[in-house]
Design a protein around this ligand. Structure first.
Ligand code: ZN
Ligand code: ZN
Length: 430
């Protein structure tokens, strides 16, 4: 803590209550109606925001015009995940939802998007209350469906560029499994591209006692899963980053029935466009060739389940933003990563579509004691300590305190670095 933020202490109890409420009421992607209502209500209660709802579905945009100066877009995502919460928190989610295939599923804020909404609403409140301290325009974007890679696209396709002021910079942040108090980012590629597919493998079913009369898709699927492990090991250079994960594998109903087909769900991450093309081509080639090797009666069927571009931080805008983050979090608390994080984001679509530089960073939400005695090199080589739950885990829960406060400070500090100083001359952050 290097600077005081006027009004933040008084605001924190209300932000904690908001966070617990959002955490207890997560909603699946494209279904964020309650969350959007809470967001719009809070924004309207803060003076000066022009609030537009139902942007690209359940998106909410607030615009605060406060005199001549730069326009800064701040973005938070709102969706939860189909995960059964196992945090044991008093405000743990018991919510259920219906996914797009009609399944009844548990719902949890397992990626911390409730934290992002809370922090952005804290920043909007502080900016609205301190309009003498800064000049410019702030566009606060509450985005649906980040997890499926649809939300930013939907908002942009809903006339975002024509309906809202053009930003001079787009800023976004994500809470993650880093020590609370730490923020990390890098210029250039900061998060990976992600491509997901459903693959149907066709066989010919029959009785488990007569495999000679069938084409067994279970054996075919097993061969595909193993062979796909060679893509990164054998076709990607040692200094290049890529991941191929088979996260779902389904076939059959009973031990003595050979089923007609098997289904895989794949997720592929990459940072370099050339590597991305090479990996995607290798995956298709292997799936097709294994089907042929099995004598499959039909070509495998690929369906895209979503695609995220590489998230790229504009270099000079990152340098400017780092100055703001360091001012509010402390010099030593802001780390420049040697390489991108392998998660993916659709945040970058705003900057790309709106022709503005963009900067995205991660901030920690884990008790620093969990990292005691571990330096960055050890963590990079060995991964996180087992007791640290990562995003998407049923046990993922950022510490409420001090994460809310730090997330507000980081986002406000970054925004204020871009906005002009106010007429009263005091920038309030200093
Ligand atoms: Zn996520
Ligand atoms: Zn997320």
């Amino acid at each position: 803590m290097t600077t005081t933020v006027p009004g933040l202490d008084a605001l924190l109890p209300s932000l904690r209550a908001l966070y617990r409420d959002l955490h207890a009421h997560p909603e699946l992607s494209l279904q964020e109606t309650r969350t959007a209502g809470v967001v719009a209500g809070r924004l309207r209660a803060q003076s000066g925001w022009e609030v537009t709802e139902a942007v690209g579905g359940t998106g909410v945009v607030g615009v605060l015009r406060n005199g001549e100066g730069p326009t800064v877009l701040l973005r938070a995502d709102m969706d939860g995940l189909p995960v059964l919460e196992a945090t044991g928190l008093p405000y743990a989610s018991k919510a259920r939802g219906t996914d797009r295939d009609g399944n009844d599923v548990p719902v949890m804020h397992a990626c911390g998007h409730d934290m992002h909404v809370t922090c952005l609403l804290g920043v909007t409140a502080l900016l609205a209350a301190d309009r003498g301290g800064w000049r410019g325009t702030v566009v606060a974007v509450f985005q649906p469906a980040e997890e499926t890679g649809e939300g930013a696209r939907n908002m942009l396709a809903d006339g975002f560029a024509e309906r809202f002021p053009a930003p001079d910079v787009c800023l976004g942040q994500h809470v993650g499994p880093f020590p609370a108090g730490v923020a990390v980012t890098r210029p250039g590629p900061v998060m990976a591209a992600s491509d997901s597919y459903r693959v149907r493998l066709f066989g010919r079913g029959g009785h488990g006692s007569t495999p000679e009369s069938t084409v067994d898709p279970v054996v075919l699927a097993a061969a595909v899963v193993l062979r796909l492990q060679t893509v990164v090991a054998r076709e990607v250079g040692a200094s290049q980053a890529a991941v191929v994960t088979v996260g779902s594998l389904h076939a059959g109903t009973k031990e003595n029935i050979i089923p007609d087909e098997a289904e895989l769900k794949l997720n592929i991450r990459s940072v370099d466009p050339v590597v991305r093309e090479r990996v995607l081509a290798a995956v298709r080639r292997i799936v097709r060739a294994e089907a042929e090797a099995s004598g499959a009666p039909e070509e495998p069927e690929f369906t895209s389940l979503g695609s995220f571009p590489v998230t790229v931080n504009t270099a000079d805008a990152t340098a400017t933003t780092l100055t703001g983050l360091r001012r509010v979090l402390g010099e030593e608390a802001v780390l420049v990563l040697p390489q991108p994080i392998n998660g993916s984001e659709d945040f970058g679509l705003f900057g790309t579509a709106l022709g503005a530089p963009s900067v995205f960073w991660h901030f920690g939400g884990v008790d620093p004691a969990a990292f005691a005695g571990l330096d960055a090199e050890t963590l990079a080589a060995r991964g996180l300590p087992a007791e640290v739950a990562v995003n998407h885990s049923p046990r993922y829960a950022p510490l409420q305190d001090p994460t809310i406060e730090l997330g507000v400070r980081a986002l406000l500090g970054a925004a204020r670095t871009w906005l002009a100083d106010g007429a009263d001359g005091a920038d309030g952050m200093g």
